[in-house]
Design a protein around this ligand. Structure first.
Ligand code: TXA
Ligand code: MG
Length: 329
């Protein structure tokens, strides 16, 4: 069963990557680094292997997954790229952008990975280890973040093991991830380009590459499955409660700070972490999940998060903090 596997620790050298690729090709579960967060990979063409992801993560099975490929040519075998999708792929791949496009007739991604939709989410990661692994596997690799469902996403191999040791076949070590929040998800369907999840590429950059503004996302109330499952309320929940836009720190709270000035009461915090003392939003994104984990580990009942500007990568940071603060189901 999912809970009795021996999880191999693999180095990202030739032997380690060959072993990781063989495990994936055999239907195994292998966590690997990308530039955003560590992914929990399975052969996206193998429904049984994909089912293993849901089991290991204890993830609600209505979430479609992102299929990872090594380059645009491989992506175009899986999905249909119109002018907008092509412009975005050329501007940001490899990189922290996922494109949801119509399935191509040659699409090899299993129905379970797309949750039966006639679209497919594709991403070309900008990470040497991920890219080498994807080339060795030679098939699309489905990979959500390598954490248990409802937990904070992993930005280091140790985080993966905290959640999934004994539940997956292997983890490839690759050091801390650079971007630190998941990819931006953009849907290019029916002539519309909409933002499904803010992430590692800022909205402004996408609109610049597109040469126009993004279309308004429309959510049908008839949809039971969330359009972008990142929309599940408590998707990034630490054990502690999270208090947003805290202007002052109350005694005993853990403090998640941003920028050079300390809020009132910060000296009385149970634990303190600063996402970016210089106020750099990219640095803050890279630190977000590891610092949430660390503050959660302090045992404080509440993490008070200082206000974060909503521009650039701040949109993704605030999105993840809101989810962390949402009531638990
Ligand atoms: O940075 C990332 O994107 C990481 C790394 C590992 O690459 N992966 C990741 O995957 O965050 P995951 O499974 O946590 O996110 C998948 C998201 C879900 O929110 C899902 O709703 C959306 O992609 N998605 C997948 N297929 C879709 C589709 N056909 N239509 C709409 N949304 C889709
Ligand atoms: Mg996730």
């Amino acid at each position: 069963t999912a809970s009795t596997r021996r999880t191999a620790r693999l180095q990202p050298d030739e032997a380690g990557l060959a072993r990781a690729a063989a495990l994936l090709r055999d239907g195994g579960l292998v966590a690997f680094p990308t530039e955003t967060v560590y992914g929990l990979g399975a052969d996206a063409t193998d429904g049984r292997a994909v089912a293993g992801i849901y089991a290991a993560k204890e993830r609600p099975s209505f979430n479609p997954l992102i299929a990872h490929v090594p380059d645009l040519a491989a992506a175009q075998r899986e999905g249909v790229f119109g002018a907008d999708a092509l412009a975005l792929a050329r501007a940001f791949w490899p990189g922290p952008l996922t494109l949801v496009v119509p399935k191509a007739p040659t699409c090899s991604v299993a129905d379970l990975a797309t949750a039966g939709l006639d679209s497919v989410a594709l991403r070309v990661p900008a990470h040497a280890i991920a890219n080498a692994l994807l080339r060795l596997v030679g098939r699309p690799v489905a990979a959500p973040s390598a954490n248990r469902s409802g937990r904070v996403s992993p930005t280091a191999a140790e985080h993966v093991l905290e959640d999934l040791d004994g539940r997956i076949d292997a983890v490839v070590s690759g050091g801390p991830t650079e971007v630190g929040v998941e990819s931006t998800i953009v849907s290019c369907l029916d002539g519309k380009v909409t933002l499904l999840r803010p992430g590692g590429v800022a909205r402004d950059a996408i609109e610049t590459a597109l040469g126009r503004g993004l279309d308004e996302a429309v959510f049908s109330e008839a949809d039971h499955a969330p359009v972008a499952p990142g929309m599940l309320a408590s998707h990034y929940a630490p054990k502690a409660a999270v208090r947003l836009a805290a202007q002052a720190i109350r005694p005993g709270e853990a403090a998640l700070l941003f920028g050079p000035s300390s809020p009132q009461g910060a000296a009385g915090a149970a634990a303190t972490a600063n996402l970016s003392p210089s106020g750099d939003l990219a640095e803050a994104a890279a630190n977000l999940f590891a610092m949430l984990r660390r503050l959660d580990g302090s045992g404080a009942a509440t993490i008070a998060a200082a206000p974060i500007p909503d521009r650039g990568l701040g949109e993704a940071i605030n999105d993840r903090l809101r989810r962390a603060a949402a009531p638990r189901g």
